[in-house]
Ligand binder design. Structure first.
Ligand code: ADP
Ligand code: MG
Ligand code: MG
Length: 209
């Protein structure tokens, strides 16, 4: 099962994934935004990695809330408050827990999506991170409800997130900086949806072993 140590490990792996892809995410943002998404997120997750030793023995709620607060105070831009709120809301729902059931994993992702929507006032179809997160959440829930293993369910969820990223190429951005481009945002994949998809990739990779 996923205990607090594993959660810390997963967060470290997310930081690594973002670090490896910081240039790619930044290039995606340069095409339809201001070219800082990878740099912003990498700075934030490196700060998170430095903070993790102070909370590694704490409950999962505390760990996730600490991640969220660190992201809010270090990432900046649109994605800092959005990802920050996502982790803080997920953490608030996991107060006191030292281990996660699969239903808790669903709650974490659901709360994260709700936090992003509350903060950013976006809905699916506006070319944002929600276009990766919401379909991934729905598929994960469907797979777990029908009795798939966590590994298979996360595999399907990652695929749904990837499809969500592909879908963002076909639509106009109506939120965030990319919305300034209007129709010219078509043909480009959303950087935030892409970083969200990478988080699902890490979840999948982390729950394979
Ligand atoms: P900024 O645009 O301030 O430079 P980033 O480049 O770090 O911030 O993040 C841009 C990403 O944030 C976008 O690709 C998009 O996925 C996401 N985003 C922007 N506005 C919103 C919003 N209102 N709701 C959800 N996601 C958003
Ligand atoms: Mg940007
Ligand atoms: Mg910016």
């Amino acid at each position: 099962m996923i205990n607090n140590e594993k959660v810390v490990l997963i967060i470290q792996k997310i930081a690594e994934k973002i670090h490896e892809n910081r240039q790619f995410l930044t290039d995606l943002d340069a095409a339809i935004g201001d070219g800082d998404h990878g740099i912003n997120l990498d700075r934030g997750f490196q700060a998170v990695v430095e903070k993790l030793p102070t909370v590694k023995d704490k409950d999962i709620g505390t760990i996730l809330k600490t991640v969220g607060m660190t992201l809010v105070s270090t990432v900046g831009g649109a994605s800092g408050p959005l990802y920050g709120t996502a982790f803080m809301k997920a953490g608030a729902a996991m107060n006191g827990k030292m281990e996660l059931e699969t239903s808790d994993l669903l709650t974490i992702i659901d709360e994260a999506a709700k936090g992003i929507k509350m903060r950013g006032k976006a809905e699916r179809g506006e070319k944002t991170m929600l276009d990766a997160i919401e379909p991934a959440y729905e598929v994960l829930r469907r797979e777990l409800e029908k009795g798939s293993t966590l590994k298979d369910a996360l595999d399907e969820a990652e695929n749904a997130a990837k499809e969500g990223v592909e879908y963002t190429k076909t639509i106009i951005a109506t939120k965030g900086r990319a919305s300034y481009l209007g129709e010219r945002s078509i043909g480009h994949q959303d950087p935030g949806a892409t970083s969200s998809m990478m988080i699902f990739t890490v979840l999948k990779e982390s729950c394979e072993d």
